[in-house]
Design a protein around this ligand. Sequence first.
Ligand SMILES: Nc1ncnc2c1ncn2[C@@H]1O[C@H](COP(=O)(O)OP(=O)(O)OP(=O)(O)O)[C@@H](O)[C@H]1O
Ligand SMILES: [Mg+2]
Length: 391
Amino acid sequence: MSGGLVFKDRNKLSPYYIPKRLPHRDQQISLLDSVYGSMLKNIKNAYPRFIQIIGDTGTGKTCTAVRFGEQLSEKAKSEGINLRHVYINCKVDGATRYVLFSNLVRKVTPKISTRSLSPEEMIRQLVEYLRAENMFLLAIFDEIDYFIQINPKEHVIYDLTRTTELSPGEPSHIIGEIFIARSLKWHERLEPGEKSTLGVGVIEFPRYTNIQVREILENRIEEAFHHGAVDEETLDLVSDITANSPVNGDIRVGLDLLYYSGSLAENQGLNRVLPDHVRKVYGEMNPTITSEDIMNLNENGRLVLLALVRSLRAGKSAYAGLRDVRKTYELACEELDIEPAERFEETVQDLVYRGIIEMKSLTELGITGASATDLEKFLNSLTQRLKREKR
Ligand SMILES: Nc1ncnc2c1ncn2[C@@H]1O[C@H](COP(=O)(O)OP(=O)(O)OP(=O)(O)O)[C@@H](O)[C@H]1O
Ligand SMILES: [Mg+2]
């Protein structure tokens, strides 16, 4: 049961839940529809289109793309077309080109065994499979900037955008690929050939304004809380914090604030969420690390982060030495009876790429966005969250 004194259904505040309607993203959805929706009319002659979605964190890129994929598949189905959409998050599904492509194939069908295949062969078999089944595919690659950053030499864009060249002259069963990133900066790491096949189709996701944030959160509150459980002033405060610096419109932070403030109110036996709950929760939060960031980490990543938190605490400073963190990490592994990973440094580097850890120098680590004064409070709540979300 997810209901309670204030919550009707707290899962509706989860970063993974996608509401049916996405206010203020109609324009982006209709742009996507003008590209891919129109292909349904003559799908047998469709050539793939690549679209890039660009926008700051929490501007609804992921939820909009996934929702659009669902809509397109449904529309295709109603027209008797077998179209699938597949969502790949490079932070979760793709540490290397090999892993990325095998996850792509696996999400389309269990019928292709990727075990002994090279990445090129996987794509070839995927295309053959789609053709044999008369199935069409829209693939969404999220956090592509992260992938390119950790694998600058793998040239996945080349493989992914040249699938038509496997059978020149024939229309493609992969009708489109959507690449999602925070900005266009990842292009710097691409080869000229990759940039050119990728094309210039870019859809921008601007930051939400104050009024937009309020409306979006209001909708989520209706789904998640009992009627009247969240005061107007509470909503105003959450919207203000979310829309302004340093959060700058990241809806995820607004949802986290509502979630933890609601939990706090319930723990106090109250049936209303008050501005004071929000202030308390916000004081213990770091806007740059959200629950989703933590949920996306594997066990090893979480352990390294926990070790860093513990080292920072013990050292009472904003930075901890790499060797120190490693020792704490090994202790934490021992505590939990887990074999320490050989690639400790790589995990640290990965956390840096994810924007969670900050490297002051080669040997000094801190937590991104946390100033020394609010570090202690933040570390307390982060340790709690790491514990809670470890399962
Ligand atoms: N227009 C909207 N209506 C309702 N909820 C929204 C809207 N935009 C974003 N959200 C919610 O905010 C959260 C963050 O959105 P999303 O994950 O799509 O952001 P993003 O742009 O992909 O961010 P990042 O770059 O950090 O991955 C999600 O829980 C999503 O459901
Ligand atoms: Mg996203």
